[in-house]
Ligand binder design. Sequence first.
Ligand SMILES: *Cc1c(COP(=O)(O)O)cnc(C)c1O
Length: 395
Amino acid sequence: MDAHTCLGEPRLLISHEALRHNAGVLRAAVGDSVRICAILKADAYGHGAAAVARTLARGRLADALAVANLDEASALPEVGLPVIVFRPVENVYVGRQRNQLEEAIERGWTLTICSAAAAGDVARLALARGKRATVQVKIDTGMSRSGVDDIEAKEVIEAVSQQPSLRLGGLCTHFACADELDDVATAEQFRRFCEVTDGWVDANRTGRRPIRHAANTAGMLLHPDMHLDMVRPGLGLYGIDPMGPATGRQLKPVMKWVAPLLMVRTVRKGTSVGYGLTWTAPRDTRLGLVPVGYADGYMRSYSNRAKVIVNGVAAAVVGRVSMDLITVELGSVPSAQQGDEVTLLKDDPASPASAYALAELGGTIPYEIFCRIGSRVHRVAVDEVAAEAPERAVG
Ligand SMILES: *Cc1c(COP(=O)(O)O)cnc(C)c1O
């Protein structure tokens, strides 16, 4: 998206500079010998996976990319990095998944396997195409979500290693409580993972160790002893600390969400606003209209609670958030006028409009705040925006 074509529209400004910075912070946390697999699922947590992939590849800031499913893998640009698909392969012969798997095998993506049957299915598909498919075995060590349980894991790993058309690209698990300090569950998961995989590495006929990985952002930051061969940061890359804003880590939020003040009007004391007339002006004041609503991911639960930033000053969202519009009270911002930029989500962890603050208000986590931001909001690289001459709507 060209930054100019959507000037004056709701936009997500993506700072590739901040992305590079965060990748550097994460690299420093693991050192040079541990690989970094950047998590780009859900359109890079709403940041735009294609642009994020290019920036990471260009700066050699990641060693691999991971996405949730095959559609997301297909949508990635070819940037010369290995691609891992997290969703476990099952139901190979059902519908379009088979065509997608053939594409995955052609393009060398790493597929996730949690059963011997799935290993056999992928092996047959690869064989039929004269290819070798790369797979990783996901082991459930206590989260009880996806993965083969640690008792059957050896069988599945064996099944993979016996198929000439499969290459064992990795062994992995996922922590349930990595963001909790001093947490016994994570230590136990790690112990179980090592118990299964250490043994197998010794018995490995090829003599090559498959890479092992377990840690997401919280896991890699809080548990330096659990980095193994690779870490899998998502949230941290986008500049958010899974343990909250107060930890003092030098992560910079990558995303800033802005929209124009569509209209400014003066209303009298006693005027009520929005569906249900849930807010009434306590004095004569000015109201601003912003073309963003819950359809864009600006949650209805922010009604009468959230703050936006206008000309550097916090302004309250008043009345209900509707599908496509919100109203803000501009009593605190006398300078505000039509066309000014309103910041709905600020790239400053301490702002009342930070991802942390909005998550708190919405009863959720920053991950969900990002993923909800809809496709009507144009994603643009802030570096492009910075290059523009400042413009102001004539009003
Ligand atoms: C989403 C995901 C991650 C990244 O988690 P963050 O908390 O965002 O760092 C890592 N591994 C797996 C398997 C995931 O699904």
